[in-house]
Ligand binder design. Structure first.
Ligand SMILES: Cc1cc2nc3c(=O)[nH]c(=O)nc-3n(C[C@H](O)[C@H](O)[C@H](O)COP(=O)(O)OP(=O)(O)OC[C@H]3O[C@@H](n4cnc5c(N)ncnc54)[C@H](O)[C@@H]3O)c2cc1C
Length: 382
């Protein structure tokens, strides 16, 4: 097995690491305090090609491979997870469906500005009554005279209302299958379409600078051609989107876990108690060693899942395992990072207190830890 990154993957990692260190980390605390969406930063990331990494160059993307994209998410999230999730939701949830399932015309019209970083896009799956049970979609669309009439509500939709947002792709029930189950179709709804209502931004525990809102659709009308791929393929499509998204969320968790270790190690070397740096105490060393070990393992898990995806092999199991383990690793890392900081870890001027608040959502978004365990158990044959 060869775990060596190729030149392009290394170059993308270095670019993102430098960008996170120089441009993101210095403003991360302010972003958390104000909750302002970081337009300047996101636009710069677009100019650097970071918002279109895994898409073909002919559609405005950087033509990088999926692992390189995940490594980029890790490094950006090491700087700040609110920025990391903005990039991840835009790329994995917003733009990837166009790349995978869009017609040539849709790729030109929607994917190109997204890949060039001129626009952001959202994906609306979750509803007030359909979270983990994502097939429980109640939003429905009926076809009348060549137009889809959409009615329903979506919850917690990332990137859905920034100034840069071009629109949202939503899941909607478009009929009934022969077996009686719901026919779900993905429908493209550009921002500004009459009847597409954008709710007030949620007040969140963390990821405060990312844009998360409820959306409503009241007789929202889009042309018949605004469906993605084939009518009725919505469920199949979002399962595919979520598999890849989970690998990227694993990378985001590894980035946050690494940030926890970075801060804990720095602090442990600087903080003196009993006449020596606390890093000299074996109890503290063991915490740092455990963090480093688990982070490396979580990183290898998302590398493997990404590699399987790139080989065109099945990777649902590995994607769920990587997401599950990396998010729980990040939680333990954040906890130990605060512990190593003692009372100062409880204070907002130290980043670890923000990391501790930020880490919880990784076990919830793009499928909870329970859902990941359900996926893994099902593949075990349970
Ligand atoms: C900040 C943020 C951003 C988000 N961004 C997006 C987005 O861009 N697009 C989008 O579509 N969604 C988004 N989501 C939604 C997210 O994917 C859901 O919150 C998540 O899937 C869980 O759904 P739920 O919140 O309805 O929880 P529920 O499904 O109600 O789950 C509640 C609890 O019950 C457990 N549970 C549920 N079913 C089972 C079961 N069968 N067995 C065992 N336990 C179970 C869950 O694991 C959880 O612990 C976002 C959420 C947040 C908080």
């Amino acid at each position: 097995m060869d775990f060596t990154l190729n030149e392009e993957q290394k170059a993308i990692r270095e670019t993102c690491r430098d960008f996170a260190e120089q441009e993101i980390k210095p403003i991360a605390e302010a972003l958390d305090a104000t909750g302002q969406f970081p337009y300047e930063l996101i636009r710069k990331m677009g100019e650097l090609g970071l918002l279109g990494l895994p898409f073909p160059e002919e559609y405005g993307g950087a033509g990088a491979d999926f692992l390189a994209y995940c490594i980029a998410i890790e490094e950006i999230s090491r700087g700040d997870v609110a920025v990391g999730i903005t990039m991840e939701a835009h790329t994995s949830l917003g733009a990837t469906p166009f790349n995978l399932f869009g017609s040539e015309e849709q790729k030109r019209r929607y994917l190109e500005p997204l890949a060039r970083g001129e626009q952001l896009w959202a994906f609306g799956l979750t509803e007030p009554e359909a979270g983990s049970d994502s097939g429980g979609t109640q939003t429905h669309a009926t076809l009348q005279d060549g137009y889809w009439h959409i009615d329903g509500t979506k919850s917690f939709i990332t990137n859905s209302a920034t100034e840069m947002t071009g629109g949202v792709t939503i899941t909607a029930v478009t009929g009934k299958r022969a077996d009686g189950r719901k026919e779900i179709t993905n429908i493209i709804v550009p921002k500004g379409t009459p009847g597409y209502g954008i709710g007030t931004a949620y007040k969140k525990m963390a990821w405060k600078a990312s844009d998360t809102r409820p959306l409503s659709f009241e007789d929202c009308v889009v042309p018949v051609g605004n469906i993605l791929g084939q009518r009725g393929d919505g469920f199949k499509q979002f399962m595919q989107i979520l598999d890849a998204g989970r690998v990227a969320i694993a990378a985001l968790s590894v980035g946050l876990a690494q940030a926890c270790l970075d801060e804990a190690l720095k602090y442990a070397k600087e903080r003196y108690q009993f006449g020596q740096p606390i890093s000299q105490f074996q109890a503290v060393q063991f915490k740092l060693a455990d963090m480093d070990t688990e982070i490396e393992l979580a990183r290898l898990m998302y590398y493997k899942a990404a590699w399987l995806h790139m080989q065109g092999k099945p990777y649902t199991r590995e994607a769920s395992m990587a997401k599950l383990f990396a998010s729980e690793t990040a939680k333990r890392a954040a906890d130990q990072a605060v512990q190593i900081h003692g009372g100062y870890g409880f204070m907002d001027e130290f980043p670890v207190s923000r990391y501790w608040r930020s880490v919880k959502i990784n076990e919830i978004g793009e499928g909870t830890s329970e859902v990941q365990r359900m996926v893994i158990a099902k593949l075990l044959g349970c």
